[in-house]
Design a protein around this ligand. Structure first.
Ligand code: ZN
Length: 188
């Protein structure tokens, strides 16, 4: 009888955690938003074109974000643009990097952006050419993940988000309901 009571209390605790959403914490807020709902995507990563298109479609469906394709170079003007560049990182260890800048060209992750009057104005995503051979779902995960940083999403401590760690397996290779809810509330 005593064993049964212990089992029941553990189950109840798990149920409560599930109801309150604690089992699936959303990605943390990096503290900035992208300042444009119409985004010009620059494709300097031709081997990732399919993943870029799929990620754009998913973010467009989740929030008030529309995409058009811009020039394939890194020259100005930058306002409202997000560049996707493919480079050789010199190591397999790093998959991608996302850098957001405010209108003055200062990096958001150094504290130069916010969610109201100093939003991110330009984004630069770099993906590692050493992972060109990754299967297509994984490439889409990586683009969704890095672009999530551009929009202000930090990492999730859970795998039920595209902002989960690359150590999650399987990775969430599509925006989950948690991601969609967050993007929908941030970019209504
Ligand atoms: Zn990340």
């Amino acid at each position: 009888m005593k064993k049964f009571k212990v089992f029941f209390s553990v189950s109840a605790a798990l149920l409560l955690m599930s109801v309150s959403g604690l089992l699936f914490a959303p990605p943390f807020d990096l503290g900035w938003r992208f300042g444009h709902s119409t985004i010009v995507a620059r494709n300097l990563a031709p081997n990732w074109t399919t993943a870029l298109g799929e990620a754009a479609t998913q973010y467009n469906a989740a929030g008030n974000l529309s995409f058009s394709w811009g020039p394939s170079h890194l020259d100005p003007p930058y306002s409202g643009h997000v560049a996707f560049e493919e480079i050789d990182f010199g190591t397999d260890f790093v998959y991608g990097i996302a850098e957001s800048y405010n209108v003055y060209g200062n990096l958001c992750h150094l504290g130069h952006c916010n969610t109201t009057n100093l939003k991110a104005d330009f984004g630069h995503v770099k993906v590692n050419s050493r992972h060109n051979g990754a299967y297509s779902d994984y490439k889409r995960f990586l683009v969704l993940h890095e672009f999530g940083h551009i929009l202000g999403m930090g990492h999730s401590s859970f795998c039920d988000s595209v902002m989960g760690s690359v150590s999650c397996w399987p990775v969430a290779n599509n925006l989950t309901s948690i991601d969609q809810a967050l993007i929908g509330s941030w970019y209504p």
